[in-house]
Design a protein around this ligand. Structure first.
Ligand code: PLP
Length: 456
């Protein structure tokens, strides 16, 4: 077996790591790579033998926890039986057909069909193509622009990276792609005017969206994409009334609504989908992460009846739906998803996220809300965030050079907790596996509290 020192050297010499300061890594300023060697329940281990509570479920994905043998066995069974076949031109596998039936039954909106990719990014790329395709097929070739929100996160490929509403994901990469526009973020804490209620703020954001659509020309705006709960942009549940106001505007101008459920889907918010929780009726839904709990790469684009109907009606005229990947609907990934959904259903993980999530939100508020350096504690279900500010009364931010969020995250890690320093501001984010217990929540919140006290 290769020793861990060699693994670290090989890694530093040859891996181009995502979202990593390359010089810091190359020169060793950020230390050696963390070699993750195992996981069980809510904990992972590294090569030094240290154990951590994974308060972020990998990247908000390992909802069923680590080390679930049922899923490993389902993956192995399918690999032995049939490791691969494609799904082009009406080929299928048992696992794929079964998974699709389940998703169409459980997804929000009026689902008709599921298209598969491998990541949230490529699924949102497909969503954009569907908006363009749909409008071409129904004789509205100008209706192509897609509106997303500032601080939204939808991936980092060309179109999905453009949908992402944070400029540091665009810089030096020639994004955003033309025709992807951004409207104001649903972030009440940072966006509201003094004394503005959540309801009034939601109305203002909806009015801004309407102005943008009118300015561009409604005949040129085809889609709107949003996460039910803004995730990587700050873990921000929507302000009261937000989705009702936004949906009314979209309906008025015949704009398709894409719900990006990559984080929220399959129980994270305490409901099966974020759409269910907030009364969102999407035309198109993006799922990934929780679909397989990260055990295999798989994403889904759930196409609603309205869009699919136009696609099928045009088929005799235009020919095949010419889009798809070698690995669309990969049978091993489908088998993993079916085994994961069995667990989600059997262990009622949405319900569990609601109940344990209420305990989590309470603990987080009790421990942090009164701290002088805390501006806001927010979250829903098993998604939570603490926003640190230099002055809570004036909402003055810390100097970014102080790297307060990153230092607290590092201090937490040194104590055995992974809580993510979110990329936008000084925010500590939490998204533990949905199987987390109340005792583990208490341990997690306590470690985060000690880390914060140590840094500040
Ligand atoms: N959409 C949302 C809401 C996400 O949170 C993410 C990733 O974090 C993506 C899309 C992109 O998914 P992936 O990283 O699998 O491409």
């Amino acid at each position: 077996m290769t020793d861990m020192k060699t693994i670290a050297e090989l890694d530093r010499a040859s891996v181009l790591h995502p979202f990593t300061q390359l010089k810091d890594f190359a020169t060793g300023r950020m230390g050696d790579p963390t070699i993750v060697t195992g996981g069980q329940g809510v904990r992972i281990q590294d090569a030094t033998g240290r154990s951590y509570i994974d308060g972020f479920a990998g990247l908000y994905c390992v909802n069923i926890g680590y080390g679930r043998t049922e899923v490993a066995e389902a993956i192995a069974r399918q690999a032995y039986k049939l490791a691969y076949y494609h799904s082009y031109a009406a080929h299928t596998t048992e696992e794929l057909a079964i998974l699709s039936g389940r998703l169409v039954k459980m997804a929000p909106g009026k689902p008709s069909k599921v298209f598969y990719g491998l990541s949230g990014s490529d699924a949102n790329e497909t969503q954009a193509k569907l908006v363009w395709y749909y409008n071409n097929l129904r004789g509205q070739p100008k209706k192509k622009k897609i509106i997303s929100r500032e601080r939204g996160y939808h991936g980092c490929s060309v179109v999905s990276g453009s949908m992402t509403g944070m400029s540091f994901y665009h810089d030096h990469m020639d994004l955003p792609f033309p025709g992807i526009l951004h409207t104001g973020s649903p972030h009440h804490y940072w966006g509201a005017e003094a004394g503005e209620t959540e309801e009034a703020f939601s109305k203002r954001r909806a009015a801004e969206l309407e102005q943008l659509i009118l300015r561009e020309g409604p005949e040129t705006v085809g889609g709107f994409i949003g996460e039910p709960v803004l995730g990587t942009g700050g873990i921000t549940p929507p302000p009261a009334g937000y989705w009702q106001e936004i949906q009314a505007v979209l309906r008025r101008y015949d704009v398709l609504l894409i719900a990006d459920e990559v984080i929220c889907g399959f129980g994270r918010t305490g409901a099966d989908f974020g759409c269910t929780l907030y009364g969102i009726e999407p035309d198109l839904v993006t799922v990934a992460k929780g679909l397989t709990s990260g055990y295999m790469p798989l994403s889904g684009v759930i196409v609603g009846e309205k869009v699919y109907g136009v696609m099928e009606d045009a088929a005799d005229r235009i020919g095949a739906f010419s889009h798809g990947y070698t690995y669309s609907g990969h049978p091993i990934a489908a088998a993993a998803a079916n085994a994961v959904l069995d667990i989600v259903e059997k262990e009622r993980l949405s319900e569990r996220a609601r109940v344990v999530g209420a305990h989590f939100q309470k603990q987080l508020k009790e421990r942090f809300a009164q701290m002088e350096i805390v501006g806001e504690v927010r979250g829903v279900g098993l998604l939570g965030a603490i926003e640190f500010v230099a002055d809570r009364h004036s909402k003055r931010r810390f100097d970014p050079q102080q790297k307060v969020g990153a230092r607290i995250s590092k201090a937490a890690r040194d104590r055995g907790l992974i809580a993510r320093a979110m990329p936008h501001g000084d925010i500590l984010g939490f998204a533990p596996p949905l199987v987390v217990s109340e005792a583990e929540i208490d341990e997690m919140v306590d470690l985060a509290y000690q880390a914060t006290k140590q840094v500040m």
